[in-house]
Ligand binder design. Structure first.
Ligand code: A2P
Length: 330
């Protein structure tokens, strides 16, 4: 059978990718409804060669919808996901609104795809940095049992939405032309800079984004003892996040087994040949479905530790692709 699909936030950085991923993966779409704010009413986006008109989001928009993909921010999800479920749709939500709700599975299909079966109408898509990190960490965990990680992220601006991408472009132009820079989305200049803040601060000094790795990692890996100390950093990259990870395991580790485990895992490539300076970089993984890991080494400061570098397109594996993969499981 074919499915009646709605995309909430269809005009956004992730929403547009959802459209492209549904197309590219030949998802069985019977009909498609594109929803956004009233600002976008009347805009059109193309799907399979046809123009589809963007409609304003309102409660009646979910009538007859089978699957609703949400990516318009947490407050929209909180307000409208229950409405969509009430109308009979299954919601796949890209926001953080429901990720810690007991009855809402939080799913990376390659890791815990079976959890989809327990849904009560809403399935949550994980944080982008967490999803990309787990693509490399989970195969190592299965082999060696992870205890804790220390990590720093290098997060692309498109993770903050379409307007953030434009902000970087305009700032780069302004700097090159000696003009004053304007900022709106980021708290500081992002062009030719790095900002050690993604999301808002908690009382502990960590940001919300940083704690997602531990909180979401525990649920996705079914590992309530997992610990993660993370520093999330915004970098002037358009697209694809990178994460430097040092992981400590329960069992003794070998690089040979680590490489084997990664090679056997779907959705992640091993790009690790230091002799030819081969390692993944965000420029090479922008627009790619697969994530990639490199710089694999025995950690010199941890017992049973492995350090690595992982890259992935946060709009794809970190958002739209993962959401459509969840829809495929449904
Ligand atoms: P719009 O383009 O009409 O503002 P991004 O993450 O790239 O910033 O995109 C956010 C997405 O969420 C866009 O599609 C945006 O639509 C949508 N959105 C933002 N606010 C609302 C709202 N109040 N109602 C419906 N959609 C919204």
């Amino acid at each position: 059978r074919d499915y009646r699909i709605a995309i909430v936030g269809a005009t956004g950085a992730v929403g547009v990718e959802m459209l492209r991923v549904l197309e590219r993966r030949n998802f069985p779409v019977a009909s498609l409804r594109l929803l956004a704010s009233p600002r976008s009413s009347g805009k059109t986006l193309t799907f399979r060669g046809k123009d589809v008109v963007v409609e304003p989001l309102q409660p009646s928009a979910f009538a007859g919808i089978d699957i609703a993909l949400f990516s318009a921010g947490g407050s929209i999800s909180k307000e409208y996901a229950p409405v969509a479920v009430e109308s009979g749709a299954v919601v796949i939500d890209n926001s953080s609104a429901f990720r810690q709700h007991e009855n809402v599975p939080l799913v990376v299909p390659e890791v815990n795809g079976a959890d989809v079966a327990h849904h009560k109408g809403i399935i949550a898509n994980p944080n982008c940095t967490t999803a990309i990190t787990l693509m490399a960490l989970y195969p190592l965990h299965k082999k060696f049992r992870v205890k804790r990680i220390f990590a720093s992220s290098y997060q692309a601006v498109s993770g903050a939405g379409a307007r953030a991408l434009e902000e970087l472009r305009l700032q780069v132009k302004a700097v090159a032309n000696d003009l004053p820079i304007e900022k709106e989305i980021f708290p500081h200049q992002i062009a030719f800079n790095v900002i050690p803040q993604v999301d808002s601060f908690l009382d502990t000094g960590y940001t919300k984004e940083e704690m997602k790795m531990q909180n979401e990692g525990r649920r996705i890996m079914h590992l309530p003892t997992f610990k993660a100390s993370v520093t999330c950093v915004r970098v002037p990259v358009y697209r694809a996040h990178s994460v430097a990870v040092s992981a400590e395991f329960e069992r003794p580790v070998t690089l040979h087994e680590a490489r084997e485990a990664i090679n056997a895992f779907p959705g992640i490539e091993l790009r690790d040949d230091t002799a030819s300076r081969d390692y993944p970089m965000p420029l090479d993984y922008a627009g790619k479905d697969d994530c990639a890991v490199g710089r694999l080494r025995l950690d010199c400061a941890l017992e049973n530790g492995i350090s690595f570098w992982v890259c992935g397109d946060q709009l794809l594996k970190g958002a739209a692709l993962n959401a459509v993969q969840i829809a495929e499981l449904l």
